[in-house]
Design a protein around this ligand. Structure first.
Ligand SMILES: NC(=O)c1ccc[n+]([C@@H]2O[C@H](COP(=O)([O-])OP(=O)(O)OC[C@H]3O[C@@H](n4cnc5c(N)ncnc54)[C@H](O)[C@@H]3O)[C@@H](O)[C@H]2O)c1
Length: 162
């Protein structure tokens, strides 16, 4: 399957690495240095398993700055963009997630979008209503930083919902 991953932090890069063992994965980021490192099989983040897999495994993984290339024929788009919590305003900044959803809906509205980013309760329902898309689902992430790929290889649970 062709799978795109938006964001190559702990969440996105661990999932991209995991899935690239058996699928054609394109990972999108907005930071050129991260994209270059991944394409040179160097991990931009500290994680023993990601570092090892990038060096040693045969992975079908390409990183890119070009969202259109990645999203246009993907069956799934995994959204792992940041959603920083603003403690002053007491809310999650979901603008990066929304910008990915908007791009995917313009480029490839049939793709199933799987949000792995942390989002507030009720967000999936409200974004499905706001965009009119039935292709947005949520699967919360439980990994630990620096053990990100390990935790995705051996997950204690996988939860998916709308
Ligand atoms: N790190 C964790 O342990 C952890 C665990 C569970 C959930 N989460 C959640 O997952 C999400 C991602 O976390 P992370 O730690 O991987 O974050 P991160 O900040 O390390 O990585 C996010 C990446 O997304 C990129 N990005 C930003 N806007 C983008 C866009 N429009 N298109 C493509 N890429 C874009 C950034 O450049 C960055 O490389 C957050 O919502 C976080 O709360 C993180």
């Amino acid at each position: 399957m062709k799978i795109a991953v938006a964001g190559t932090g702990y969440v996105g890069l661990s999932i991209a690495t995991l899935l690239a063992q058996h699928h054609e994965v394109m990972a999108v980021d907005i930071i050129e240095d991260k994209v270059n490192k991944i394409n040179n099989r160097m991990s931009p983040i500290q994680d023993e398993y990601i570092e090892k897999y990038l060096k040693e495994k045969e992975l079908n993984l390409t990183a890119t700055l070009n969202a259109e290339d990645a999203y246009k024929d993907a069956v799934f788009v995994i959204i792992a963009a940041p959603t920083n919590y603003d403690s002053k305003k007491n809310f999650f900044d979901t603008s990066a997630v929304e910008s990915v959803i908007k791009q995917v809906m313009e480029i490839n509205p049939d793709a199933i979008m799987v949000i792995k980013s942390t989002i507030p309760v009720g967000y999936t329902q409200s974004i499905r209503e706001k965009t009119g898309s039935k292709n947005i689902i949520f699967s919360p992430e439980f990994l630990r930083e620096s053990k990100a790929l390990y935790d995705n290889l051996y997950p204690s649970r996988i939860i998916v919902g709308t």
